[in-house]
Design a protein around this ligand. Sequence first.
Ligand SMILES: NC(=O)c1ccc[n+]([C@@H]2O[C@H](COP(=O)([O-])OP(=O)(O)OC[C@H]3O[C@@H](n4cnc5c(N)ncnc54)[C@H](O)[C@@H]3O)[C@@H](O)[C@H]2O)c1
Length: 407
Amino acid sequence: MIFYEYNGFCLCPWCGEIPTEAVPVDECFDPLVFVAHYPPEEHRGVFRIGQLSELDAPETVDLLRQHQAEPARSALERFVLKHGATVLNTAFSNAYDVLKAMQKTAPFRVNLVGLGDVGGTVLTGLKLLGKEISEIGIYDPNTAQCQRYALEMNQILPITDGQELPPVVVRDVDALFDCDVLLFTASLGVPAVGSAVKDVRMAQYARNRDMLAQYAKAARDCHFTGLFAQISDPVDHLCRAVFLASNRDEQGNFDGRGLLPEQIQGYGLGVMHARAEYYAKQLDLPFGAVFGPHGQDLIVANAVDERYDDAISQRLTQATVAANLDVRALGFKPYIAPGLSSAAISVLRTLRGEWHDGAVPFGGAYFGCRSRMTRQGVQLEQLPLNLQLQARMETVHRTLREFDYDG
Ligand SMILES: NC(=O)c1ccc[n+]([C@@H]2O[C@H](COP(=O)([O-])OP(=O)(O)OC[C@H]3O[C@@H](n4cnc5c(N)ncnc54)[C@H](O)[C@@H]3O)[C@@H](O)[C@H]2O)c1
């Protein structure tokens, strides 16, 4: 096996493209990167593996299953078991630049697009809790709203004397991708409280997709290497729409010259987790985990292993999915728990490298689960999944994969 040194990484060719400047070395060293080439429209771009057998694992829900670690037979298998490794898909032209950007540590520069109800709540959370943020840039076409938030946010006291809270500045639309993380909460037409619209999230898809296309193109044009945190609805579908739009040329052909799939994460599952725990307590039922989209197809499980009970899980799922309607029935748009649980807290956990709820890509769809952002790439939480639960998850993943994103 041949290894190369490149910018402090140890590259191991796996059908992908090795840069011409890479220098051959005799032995493998940490951090190890398998340089692969997979079909970019369907496959992941940069992710962490904990054992060598995961290198060519099919892109299905089975990636979330905990597999028994096989005894290491070769030196390379032992190395991956000990240190983990990155898989980098060089079918994406920005693959190496994104790998380099992923090594960045705090402080992070964050920009927030959209200052409606959700955006304002996210901003408040980031301002108060974002100790790893150096500056928060804000943008909304409503300039008075921008100025109002710049004034109000910069007049908040810290809880401890001398503690620095991140300053908030109004950002020009042309400078939005000059940051490490862009949070997107903008929306065109959230159905009003009391409207007859049945699915308030999917009703926003086409207009929000079209609005997001210009931001996705801007990310492509400036070779953005940071994280695009998608918060507006329908979260999971829009993640895929942003990915596709950023990777298409002027003629609409997919060319892999835009965002890697992991550069986009959907932030809608956090509030579903919080709601599921809330209703589990109310109903005196056990809570295990949440999976899938921030919407009708959400899955709440009372447990992920052999204790999984489909009837209990369906009860929890129904209560959680209807939670936003409970707030709407009182005459209010739900945005406080979402802005904090789904977005501010989950994004901050991402930046801290902690496990968090969110939609991450595999197999041509964005799927809600727990993951963490490591310097080796996105790591999926692997669990001893009950087979009935896994079948439920596979059905939902298939629905997301088969959705007509251009329709
Ligand atoms: N992820 C979650 O958990 C979660 C939960 C609740 C709601 N949401 C979603 O968040 C989104 C925002 O909800 P809201 O209540 O804040 O809506 P809102 O109508 O209060 O605010 C939308 C904002 O988007 C701005 N905007 C419109 N066009 C824009 C553009 N082209 N560029 C930038 N900004 C633009 C508007 O000026 C407005 O400030 C909705 O899609 C909503 O369904 C997500």
